[in-house]
Ligand binder design. Structure first.
Ligand SMILES: Nc1ncnc2c1ncn2[C@@H]1O[C@H](COP(=O)(O)OP(=O)(O)O)[C@@H](O)[C@H]1O
Ligand SMILES: [Mg+2]
Length: 400
């Protein structure tokens, strides 16, 4: 059992405040990821939890007990760093068991524990090797092993995969996910990489400038970013934005005029915007379509990026903004082509002049989804939406 609670945590270095009041509840066994741009305070926050930095003000609780004054080695937490400085003259087993040696555990017990952990991390054949005879991924696994041998209540990871090459990062990501499944312990993981955050987290905490911008599951953040920053940070390639003018507000949605004069109705709650207001429309590259029959606006292709499975077109649209459009892997689009782009209002986000998202309109009578994405855009929990869907469409259930 290990819950972690942060209550109005602040951190000030001399006269600069770098953490500006963070409140957070981390559940037992949860995999929580702190994500945000470099310098936003992720490491500082993690190091305060670990006890490596003093907490200027606020309260840190682990399992309900105040930890502010508890020394790091008494908190029952273990941290894995980006730079996994292993002791070069010690074997893998000795490296992993080092903290136990400091704690006065007998050699026999230490080696037994190192063997157990090596089994979990598939390091058994390497126990007698020195670090210089290991690959980068193996070294990182030893660093994780050093945390594991201590059997901590909570694991803290600070960008542990940043020094690995791309392929290895993906593999280690999968291993970490598996490790979390098998250990069932609480994990707090820091990264600047939103893909790592999306793939690993039960809960993502998006930070910017020492402030929590939003907390939610990966899909909550993807479908319901609460402001422009989160909308632009979560999702890859990032969400496209353009400046629009509100022309009408109805119960079912708000209609905006986009550059090039077309109008789009976005199903957001009324009352937040009025006719005449400026706003920002957001739409993800994967939600745009090249469509001759029903174009919303035209654009000129500037760059074509072919990834095989899909193609990204960088398109200059009326008004001068560049949009990224995700299209088929075998798209024939070329630089300088004029392409018709269809924007589906149901898949768009609207932000007011302050950059805050306008909440989506509630939808009670959901029928067959035109787009599967739409299902997850409703406010209702997924299960309920699925129930509504199966009931309203009379999808045959299993025979009784
Ligand atoms: N010891 C320190 N003294 C003064 N400022 C610091 C110190 N450590 C970090 N900072 C500042 O605090 C901010 C947050 O840093 P950090 O938590 O390392 O960011 P992140 O891990 O998100 O990249 C940065 O602006 C950084 O310059
Ligand atoms: Mg950092």
């Amino acid at each position: 059992m290990a819950t972690v609670t942060l209550r109005d945590i602040h951190k000030t270095y001399t006269d600069t405040e770098v953490i500006k009041g963070v409140d957070l509840d981390i559940d037992d066994q949860e995999f929580v990821v702190f994500v945000g741009p470099s310098g936003c305070g992720k490491s500082t926050l993690l190091r305060m939890i670990a006890g490596l930095e003093d907490i200027t003000s606020g309260e840190l609780l682990v399992d309900g007990d105040r930890m502010n004054e508890v020394p790091p080695d008494k908190r029952g937490l273990a941290m894995v760093f980006q730079t996994y400085a292993l002791y070069p003259h010690m074997t893998v087993a000795e490296n992993m068991a080092f903290s136990l040696r400091l704690a006065g555990v007998s050699k026999e017990k230490r080696m037994e524990r190192a063997r157990d952990v090596a089994q979990i991390l598939q390091l058994e054949p390497l126990l007698d090797r020195k670090p210089k005879a290991l690959s980068g991924g193996q070294r990182q696994r030893v660093a994780i092993g050093r945390a594991l041998v201590r059997n901590p209540r909570v694991f803290l990871f600070d960008e542990p995969l940043s020094n690995l090459d791309a392929a290895l990062r993906v593999q280690m990501r999968i291993e970490l996910s598996g490790l979390h499944d098998s250990l069932q312990s609480t994990m707090i993981y820091v990264t600047h990489d939103q893909v790592e955050a999306m793939t690993l987290a039960d809960k993502i905490v998006v930070l910017q400038g020492g402030i929590v911008e939003q907390v939610g599951s990966p899909l909550e953040l993807y479908h319901h970013p609460r402001n422009l920053f989160v909308a632009g940070f979560i999702g890859s390639p990032k969400m496209n934005f353009m400046s629009v003018q509100t022309v009408g507000v109805q119960d079912s949605g708000t209609t905006v005029r986009v550059p090039g004069d077309a109008t789009i109705t976005v199903p957001v709650q009324p009352r937040s915007l009025s006719a005449g207001d400026r706003a920002t429309l957001g739409v993800r590259p994967e939600h745009l379509r090249i469509d001759n029959t029903n174009p919303t606006l035209m654009g000129e292709v500037l760059v074509v990026e072919r990834l095989g499975g899909e193609t990204y077109l960088y398109v200059k649209i009326a008004g001068g903004d560049t949009f990224i459009v995700q299209t088929d892997g075998d798209s024939r689009a070329k630089v300088r082509d004029r392409v018709p782009i269809h924007i589906d209002g149901d898949l768009c986000h609207l932000f007011n002049i302050d950059g805050m998202a306008i909440p989506k309109a509630e939808r009670h009578h959901l029928t067959v989804p035109h787009h599967p994405e739409l299902l997850e855009q409703t406010e209702a929990p997924l299960e309920q939406t699925y129930e509504q869907q199966t009931q309203s469409n009379q999808v045959p259930r299993q025979a009784d």
